[in-house]
Design a protein around this ligand. Structure first.
Ligand SMILES: Cc1cc2nc3c(=O)[nH]c(=O)nc-3n(C[C@H](O)[C@H](O)[C@H](O)COP(=O)(O)OP(=O)(O)OC[C@H]3O[C@@H](n4cnc5c(N)ncnc54)[C@H](O)[C@@H]3O)c2cc1C
Length: 618
């Protein structure tokens, strides 16, 4: 039924196919079958056992054949609450106790455990680095590592999303630096070859093991989460993808990583985890002069790599470790989705080899280096839209900042530190002279000792003169061609980005936003500029501009909504008088200054900061 579903879904959506099935078979039947299929995949196909004991019992026959051992993975990742993290911690801890009983030999032949750091702390994020180092490290990850070391078993830190790479290296360094672990050779790290930083990561790990005089294990994988990495970079408007966009590039990076690791065996025990027969053969060729106990292969339980690794073991004598997920249904989903995505991808080796009528063997076994050389300068896939172009040629994406990248964060901090104690001075911006004189202090809501600046509130008289001037402003602005208005509106977005450090400082100091929210705030404002500029042109013949609009904006989106309301009106040819939330008047003041700098006339957009009271009177 599944294969029919997948075949059908090439022609129509899975939803349509399911609806057809439900019509034919009835919903209860489809539900039962789908439930059964999930149980099959979860209970047997991809998971070795529901408990560590069950998994070890099931793995026994494989171990007894010789040459095979296991790395157990307790299902569960990305803990959402501390209760989850505690539960996962306990599961790892119990598993280590149980696995210890079967650790009788060398760390290379003993079974081991694979750990996901995101399972051990609900906020395992770069933005919470201090907390990670205090709450995750000593009481959880390090404690588990010491337990594993005491049993002389492999303890492997799985590689997760690229935005956690830097943070995980800090954790890895901290664990490895612990003097108690000095003689243990089972500490393992995973490196993802599809990541553009893989080669440097390997060099860094080698340098670290030299500095600390340790021996470590490194599992080289191509990398899961590929789809998510691509989507994240696009959504975040990053300047580039953190991972390769062509499969052949990841294959070549894998070979380059393998060659590097094979030259580091004085410090590193390489573990080549792949189901790709070409990658395996290439590793064997690269390692042909190396003793068989200097490295190992690894495969995932249930991924269909059994016959390949059986044969490799038989022919080459290189041992193989099986990565075996353990756990109950409820923790399976993330793992299962990853495996299904991986197995289902057209480019997947495992997928290609099962149906050679679609991909001929010559194609499957093609040397990836030839493929990459053949690409010339086209190393980035044309089919994958660059983050700056996700809205097509008509409209660029707003620039993004990856605040999980320490280099970007340092750059932002350096820029916004220039405004750390700056005090802004703002007030009404009118097309005529202002007579307002009520000056109010603006303080940081997160730190009242931080004086952000002063704002002059608009008097009743100023409001009246602004409204008069706006009538003239409307006549002037509505007669500007839509294309020219759009160019100025786009320029507003550009100017926001050019002045982003000041806007970061204001968004965090005046509105009390976190840096993450500040990035989202500014990007949304820029997106509004780009979007409404186009809409102004698209709708230019749909009707007349309406007149003078009053835009009142809230404090929780002090730049985004403020900008969106104003630019939508300006794009349509209306003149605007804007009354920002009084809590965030300085940000609005700078925004309107930048609008004027972009060429929009003063009478078309006037700023009237203050409370609502004088408006009611006016
Ligand atoms: C024992 C073991 C442990 C593992 N542990 C981890 C881990 O800790 N962290 C982790 O992330 N993964 C892990 N993996 C999964 C691994 O990263 C791969 O996803 C998986 O092994 C498939 O790669 P392959 O070489 O077997 O197959 P192949 O079919 O040769 O390669 C598939 C891989 O190629 C890459 N790829 C596919 N399309 C593209 C494209 N368009 N552009 C660039 N690259 C592309 C992806 O990485 C994809 O997974 C592990 C795998 C094994 C066997």
């Amino acid at each position: 039924m599944t294969s029919n579903l997948l075949k059908d879904s090439e022609r129509q959506s899975v939803g349509d196919t399911l609806r057809k099935l439900v019509k034919r078979l009835g919903e209860p039947v489809v539900r039962t079958v789908a439930g059964q299929a999930m149980k099959e995949m979860g209970g047997r196909q991809f998971v070795l056992g529901r408990t560590i004991e069950e998994a070890q019992d099931r793995g026994k026959s494989q171990e007894e054949r010789g040459g095979y051992t296991y790395s157990y993975d307790m299902l569960g990742e990305a803990a959402r609450t501390d209760a989850d993290a505690q539960r996962y911690y306990q599961a790892y801890s119990d598993a280590i106790d149980s696995i210890s009983k079967r650790c009788k030999g060398d760390v290379r032949t003993n079974p081991g455990i694979s750990v996901k750091l995101s399972a051990l702390l609900a906020r395992y994020e770069y933005g919470h680095k201090e907390r990670v180092m205090n709450e995750l490290m000593p009481p959880r990850a390090l404690k588990l590592a010491k337990k594993a070391a005491a049993a002389n078993m492999g303890f492997n830190i799985d590689a997760e999303e690229q935005d956690r790479l830097d943070l995980s290296l800090d954790v890895i360094e901290a664990i490895l630096s612990d003097p108690e672990l000095k003689d243990w050779q089972g500490f393992g790290v995973v490196v993802q070859a599809f990541g553009k930083r893989a080669s440097q990561t390997l060099d860094w790990l080698y340098a670290l093991s030299e500095k600390l005089d340790r021996r470590i294990m490194v599992r080289l994988v191509k990398g899961a989460y590929w789809d998510a990495e691509i989507k994240r970079a696009q959504v975040m408007g990053l300047s580039d993808f953190p991972v390769f966009t062509r499969k052949a590039c990841s294959d070549v990076a894998y070979l380059a990583g393998a060659r590097k690791l094979l030259g580091m065996t004085d410090r590193i025990y390489p573990q080549f985890a792949t189901h790709n027969a070409h990658s395996v053969s290439a590793v064997l060729e690269l390692a042909k002069d190396l003793s068989r106990d200097k490295f190992e292969f690894q495969r995932l339980h249930g991924m269909g790599g059994e016959s390949l690794h059986d044969q490799v073991l038989e022919d080459s004598g290189v041992p193989c470790r099986i990565y075996a997920p353990v756990g109950a249904h409820k923790d399976l989903l993330a793992y299962l989705v990853r495996r299904l995505l991986e197995n289902g991808a057209n480019s997947s080796f495992v997928n290609q080899i099962v149906d050679t009528s679609i991909t001929p063997p010559e194609e499957i076994a093609k040397d990836p280096i030839d493929v990459v050389v053949g690409l010339g300068h086209n190393l980035s896939s044309k089919a994958i839209v660059h983050p700056s172009k996700i809205f097509g040629e008509q409209r660029r994406n707003s620039k993004g900042w990856d605040i999980t990248d320490p280099v970007t964060v340092a750059e932002i901090d350096e820029g916004r530190n220039r405004y750390k104690s700056h005090q802004w001075k703002g007030g009404p911006i009118l097309a005529v002279d202002s007579v307002s004189d009520e000056v109010v202090e603006v303080r940081n809501p997160a730190n009242p000792d931080d004086l952000v600046g002063h704002i002059t509130y608009t008097s009743e008289a100023d409001i009246s003169s602004a409204l008069d001037a706006a009538q003239e402003g409307f006549k002037q602005w509505s007669s500007v061609p839509a294309e020219e208005r759009a160019a100025m509106i786009r320029r507003v977005g550009d100017l926001y980005e050019e002045n982003v450090h000041e806007l970061f400082a204001l968004t965090t100091r005046e509105a009390g936003k976190s840096l993450l929210d500040a990035v989202a705030e500014i990007r949304e404002a820029v997106d509004f500029a780009m979007f409404y500029a186009n809409e102004g042109i698209r709708c230019k013949n749909d009707g007349e501009a309406r007149g003078v609009m009053c835009c009142i904006s809230p404090w929780n989106f002090p730049l985004a909504i403020f900008t969106g309301q104003i630019l939508a009106n300006l794009a349509a040819g209306n003149a605007v008088v804007a009354k920002p939330a009084e809590q965030t008047s300085l940000l609005a003041f700078r925004a309107v200054e930048l609008m004027h700098q972009a060429g929009i006339p003063r009478a078309a957009i006037q700023l009237l900061p203050g409370t609502g009271a004088p408006w009611v009177l006016a």
